[in-house]
Ligand binder design. Structure first.
Ligand code: SF4
Length: 282
């Protein structure tokens, strides 16, 4: 446990200066990763003056899954004395994920959900005047994201992965306190420390592309221990070059929702338009 705590403290120190008055929103799903990140950030914040935390749960509208996570998130915030807010896809894009999967049955649900979540979390973090938004991404998640973006040839997105040290207008920079802690160690830490969390998988996760990359990273790690760290460390070495080349400039603002966008409309508004057309056609 002390080893995990030390690595998280080091990572936070590397990513952010916890100056007095800083406000950190935490994307808190109620699962093991975000609940552990919240607890550890709370440990660190309680030793400092004026570091404020706000838990934000994004409710995707998945009836068989989200209510239990929401409850876990709410009770963790109550027990730690942290403000808790909820933002729903119904509020932000007008469609719940349970509806999305019926309207666009051939699509991979996470293709919608990932875009909607980024927008919702950024919007909620801005609404609470957060300086940063922390997520529970662990080492496995981080290595998977790097490989996924390389395999898709999405260099632009690769350059924009958190943690962010270049602040872009309208985008609340990300912190990833657990990014050097393997998933199994996060799980073990949460169990040993008695952190309550919702231990379940999203019913739509099996259709996610990420599952294939999860398997690849696990195989590579089993064959050559240390692969996950090597992937992330290599990315960190290359990141300044990627950021310089691909993250320069000010993002545009979505004409409809005001969130950062690369076109007239942001990706979330484009997808919600697509859903609205499908709903009308159906
Ligand atoms: Fe959304 Fe996919 Fe995660 Fe389910 S697995 S919550 S659909 S991103």
């Amino acid at each position: 446990m002390a080893f995990v705590e030390r690595r998280v403290k080091e990572e936070i120190r590397r990513e952010v200066d916890l100056r007095p008055g800083i406000r950190i929103a935490i994307g808190l799903s109620g699962g093991k990763d975000s609940s552990t990140a919240t607890t550890l950030l709370h440990d660190i914040a309680s030793l400092r003056r004026d570091v404020e935390l706000v838990g934000i749960t994004v409710d995707e509208g998945i009836a068989s899954y989200r209510p239990q996570g929401l409850e876990a998130a709410r009770s963790l915030c109550v027990s730690l004395g942290i403000e808790h807010r909820v933002i729903t896809y119904r509020q932000t894009v007008g469609f719940e994920m349970d509806r999305v999967v019926t309207l666009d049955a051939d699509a991979i649900p996470c293709g919608y959900c990932g875009v909607f979540r980024r927008q919702a979390l950024n919007r909620a973090a801005r609404e609470v005047d957060a300086d940063y938004v922390a997520t529970g991404l662990n080492l496995d998640d981080t290595a998977q994201s790097i490989l996924m973006n390389i395999a898709r040839g999405d260099v632009d997105k690769l350059a924009r992965l958190g943690p962010h040290d270049v602040v872009q207008p309208g985008l609340v920079p990300r912190l990833q306190p657990l990014r050097m802690v393997p998933e199994k160690e996060v799980y073990l830490y949460a169990m040993l420390r008695g952190i309550p969390f919702h231990d379940a998988s999203c019913p739509y996760a099996e259709r996610a592309q990420r599952g294939r990359f999860r398997a690849v990273v696990e195989q590579l790690e089993a064959a050559s221990p240390g692969t996950r760290h090597a992937i992330v460390s290599t990315y960190d070495e290359l990141r300044p070059l990627l950021v310089e080349k691909f993250v320069a400039g000010t993002p545009r603002t979505c004409e409809r929702c005001g969130e950062p966008a690369s076109d007239d409309l942001c990706k979330a508004c484009e997808l919600s338009d697509r859903l609205a057309k499908l709903a009308t056609a159906g």
